[in-house]
Design a protein around this ligand. Structure first.
Ligand code: PLP
Length: 489
């Protein structure tokens, strides 16, 4: 395949992106051709569907290259300068660069770039808070068993106050099936079911009542800015440690689209995040914190995590540097401009948008008002070429499997270069498709929550419109997919 590409045009017309991708795919195919086929098919699928999943993005090919190499072979338990393995000089360099880039990008006092995912970053943060409070200065390994048991019980008796799942919180914020709910006694706060908004007085009251060790703020499905300056005051009133999980909106903070009192970094004790959502880096996590938590956070490996992923830390260093640029700043602003416009256009087309709009990259829509479930809407839209996910809404009567809502996001389409006119077109495709769905009836005349029928021609028309958008905004345009399809054996 590589040879075919090299001989397909004059040397000066070959491009690095296509060359790299082709060489890489050929190496993968040597190892297992079926995997190479799936990688290529994923590119084809992503190119032919509009990606509106709020938690996904497209990272750069440089970021991807950093992930696919020998760095994966290296064990480097510990952290920079404190490893449990020999020969970690280069990993030390890479991790130190990634930490520096992260600190510069976010203006954070300390950065820990090892977490393999956002969920891991939260566990690292939780244990850091517990250890700072309970493992005082003495060496716990030398404690008599009964003293250690007492500490362990006290640690297991701590309270966490986090956002409820139906209100937009994450599973790791105390959902009962999640380890977070087994580590802590969990209390949840929720949004107002009518307005969909968090209420600061309610948060303050709950803090006063619960007096949690950890006050956890952050969301996967909430569309409004949160005043972290005010919440800091409320946390201080009860001596709670303030942890903010900015997994979703980290990129908007990095790019300055979320700033001032809405930027959690200056206010929170610890901030956790993913690196692959709005931030547009490799799949992974990170913890940022105040200096007083640094020594506890840095013990993430081995206290919570296994060996770090040096190849992913390398990719993080690249993505953070990319995010520290005027182009990225413009990108972040455009993500919000696009989602605001998408929401506003949906409203004009009679679609019910939660909270009436958005301040970030997420748009939440209530489809129950159209007589269908989120499940039906998600499946129908995917058939029509739009990829997104169904989402529970506050007080959801359909529950987490069928749901009443849909979650849209603009990070990926904005990465492709789309702007306001394209958001109008997308909103119209969404609204038209949603209105063309009818829930099937079972033999007793009850509405199905999963089966549906699309109006005649709705699918064909939508797909045509989606493709004409995607033809103008091609994912990784340097990569010649047809050539690869023809030559991948
Ligand atoms: C996505 C998300 C996570 C988890 O990230 P993973 O990398 O999937 O583990 C954690 N918290 C919030 C708020 C998220 O949105």
């Amino acid at each position: 395949m590589l040879n075919e590409y090299l001989s397909s045009k004059p040397l000066n017309e070959l491009n690095t992106e296509m060359l790299t991708f082709t060489a890489n795919l050929e190496m993968v195919a040597r190892g297992n051709p079926q995997i190479a086929k799936s990688i290529l098919q994923e590119l084809i699928d992503q190119r032919s569907h509009l990606k509106l999943i709020a938690s996904e993005n497209y990272c750069s090919l440089s970021t991807q290259s950093a992930m696919g190499n020998l760095l994966t072979d290296k064990y480097a338990e510990g952290f920079v300068g404190n490893r449990f393995y020999a020969g970690c000089d280069n990993v030390d360099n890479i991790e130190a660069i990634a930490c520096d880039e992260a600190k510069r990008l976010f203006g954070a006092e300390h950065a820990y770039v090892q977490p393999h995912s956002g969920a891991d970053a939260n566990l690292v943060a939780f244990l850091a808070v517990l250890r700072k409070k309970f493992h005082t200065t003495e060496n716990i390994l030398n404690l008599p068993k009964d003293e250690w048991e007492k500490i362990r019980k006290d640690m297991g008796n701590q309270r966490l106050l986090g956002m409820g799942l139906y209100s937009g919180g994450h599973l790791t914020h105390g959902y009962r099936h999640n380890v977070s709910a087994q580590l802590f006694e969990v209390f949840n706060y929720d949004v107002n079911e009518n307005t969909g908004l968090l209420e600061y007085d309610n948060l303050r009251n709950m803090l006063q009542e619960v007096k949690p060790l950890i006050f956890l703020i952050g969301f996967s499905a909430y569309t409004r800015n949160i005043d972290y300056s005010l919440l800091r005051q409320y946390a201080d009133e009860v001596g709670a440690v303030m942890v903010v999980d900015m997994a979703h909106f980290a990129g908007l903070v990095a790019g300055g689209a979320i700033s001032g009192k809405y930027n959690p970094i200056p206010y929170a004790d610890i901030v956790t995040t993913t690196t692959h959502k709005t931030l547009r880096g490799p799949r992974g996590g990170m913890v940022l914190c105040k200096q007083e938590y640094a020594e506890f956070v840095d013990k993430g490996c081995p206290h919570v995590l296994g060996g770090p992923l040096p190849h992913v830390m390398a990719a993080k260093a690249i993505a953070f540097k990319e995010a520290n640029s005027p182009e990225y700043k413009a990108y972040a602003a455009k993500v919000v401009e696009n989602s605001t416009h998408l929401a506003a256009t949906l409203v004009t087309k009679g679609i019910h948008v939660q909270t009436g709009g958005t301040d970030n990259h997420i748009v939440l829509v209530n489809v129950e008002k159209l007589g269908i479930t989120g499940r039906q809407a998600e499946l129908a839209l995917r058939e029509c070429g739009l990829t997104l996910n169904r989402n529970t809404l506050p007080g959801d009567k359909y529950g987490p499997w069928y749901t009443s809502g849909l979650r849209f996001g603009t990070p990926a389409t904005t990465s492709l270069g789309m702007g306001k006119p394209e958001m109008e077109e997308i909103a119209d495709i969404i609204a038209t498709t949603l209105k063309s769905i009818t829930a099937n009836l079972d033999k007793n005349g009850n509405k199905s929550k999963a089966k549906y029928t699309l109006a005649e021609n709705a699918k064909e028309t939508a797909i045509k419109r989606v493709h004409s958008l995607l033809d103008k905004y091609v994912l990784y345009p340097e990569i010649d997919v047809e050539f690869l399809q023809k030559n991948l054996k």
